[in-house]
Design a protein around this ligand. Structure first.
Ligand code: ADP
Length: 370
């Protein structure tokens, strides 16, 4: 396996579309890194430049110590798994797995027996050894997915590149295959670069996330670091589901430290933070609490709707003052959710409080993570 290093990588497509700019990233040998962001943010373009399927317009790409900007895809020792697995329909699973190796048998110095051995071993490790004689049309979606992964695996590449490989699977299978991928990664100690638009998938798979937006890297960090300390409003809103609640207002000095005054009314006590003046308060849904209407000082909300999912649930809240249109969401244990129609005041647990500069993608101003 090998490390992958991107230095100031950029991509301008013919015709002048700027897809990616200034990406700096070092993926350690054996690391599982996930590129995540909304559609069109440049994830696939970045991955395809690493794969050698797109020319690199700017910057330097290294696999291990070797600069590979000008190295052809087939000589980069990378294996790619795509969303549409692109199995050969007229070849059985065995031949689908062996095809790439057969074609390069001489160059790789492999005998037919070597290839057959590798195919068997890979199939066994993925639990598809009983399917070797079937054709793709005789497989379920999950099985096809495994064959596609197997085809990458059998090559024993330096780096695995995966572009939304689970998006054709139904929800349950996606979650199962996700766990299998983690297990596989641990066992192979493989270097993996994985692209998805699904933040939950990214959180569950990655050793580290690279959150992208409009062609730029916003934040790189472990899933929990990104969740606990998003660097700006974009990352804060993108990572986490339901999304972080945002309230406009400003910070003033209160009797016992800083207080956030919500524009539409009510206030929330903040942990220590230096900033004073206009700001945006971000509250994670699970950190919202409630106080009685008569005694609390928080913004007044009405419980519009409550959804229970068995163990947990969401309460949809409406700010009563200031037009009564703004919606917030609270997530809690299903048995503790407030009743629909109730009016209460909003409170917040310290660990879920974030303060951002005003503006649509303001930087995080604090507080220091706990
Ligand atoms: P993502 O994978 O995050 O959805 P992409 O990397 O596919 O995003 O695309 C990033 C940007 O580059 C988008 O604006 C997209 O329209 C543009 N783009 C992608 N491929 C091409 C292409 N072949 N030619 C021109 N523009 C492209």
């Amino acid at each position: 396996m090998a490390s992958v290093t991107l230095e100031s990588i950029g991509k301008i497509y013919p015709g002048g579309v700027r897809a990616v700019e200034g990406v700096d990233l070092h993926i350690a040998d054996g690391e599982f890194v996930v590129l995540v962001g909304p559609s069109g943010c440049g994830k696939s373009t970045t991955l395809r430049m690493v794969a050698g399927l797109e020319d690199i317009s700017e910057g330097t790409l290294r696999i291990g110590d070797r600069v590979v900007n000008e190295v052809a895809a087939r000589d980069r020792d990378v294996a790619m798994v795509f969303q549409n697995y692109a199995l050969y329909p007229h070849l059985d699973v065995r031949r689908n797995l062996s095809f790439g190796l057969e074609r390069r048998r001489r160059k790789l110095g492999l005998s037919r027996a070597d290839i057959a051995g590798r195919v068997e071993k890979t199939a066994t490790s993925l639990g598809i050894d009983s399917l070797l004689d079937r054709f793709p049309r005789q497989l379920s979606g999950g099985q096809r997915q495994r064959v596609a992964v197997g085809r990458a695996l059998v090559r024993d590449p330096a780096v695995f590149l995966l572009d939304e490989p689970l998006s054709n699977l139904d929800a349950r299978l996606r979650v199962e295959t996700r766990a299998e991928l983690r297990v596989l990664h641990r066992r192979l100690e493989a270097t993996m670069l994985y692209v998805t638009h699904d933040q939950e998938e990214a959180m569950s798979l990655g050793d580290r996330l690279v959150v992208m937006h409009e062609g730029h890297v916003q934040q790189v960090g472990s899933p929990m670091d990104v969740y606990r300390c998003p660097v700006n409003r974009f990352v804060a809103s993108f990572v986490g589901s339901p999304a972080m609640n945002m309230l406009e207002g400003g910070i003033v000095d209160g009797d016992r430290g800083p207080v956030f005054k919500v524009s539409s009314g009510g206030e929330i006590t903040l942990p220590p933070i230096e900033h004073r003046g206009p700001a945006v308060l971000g509250l994670r849904p699970e950190s919202i609490g409630f106080e009685p209407e008569a005694t609390g000082r928080g913004p007044l909300v009405e419980i519009d709707a409550v959804e229970r999912y068995g163990d947990r649930g969401d309460a949809w809240l409406r700010l009563v003052d200031g037009g009564g249109q703004e919606r917030l969401v609270h997530r809690g244990s299903a048995v503790d959710l407030p009743a629909e129609g109730l009016r209460v005041r909003l409170g917040a647990l310290e660990e879920g409080i974030h303060v951002f500069e005003s503006g649509s993608n303001g930087r995080r101003l604090g507080p220091e993570p706990l």
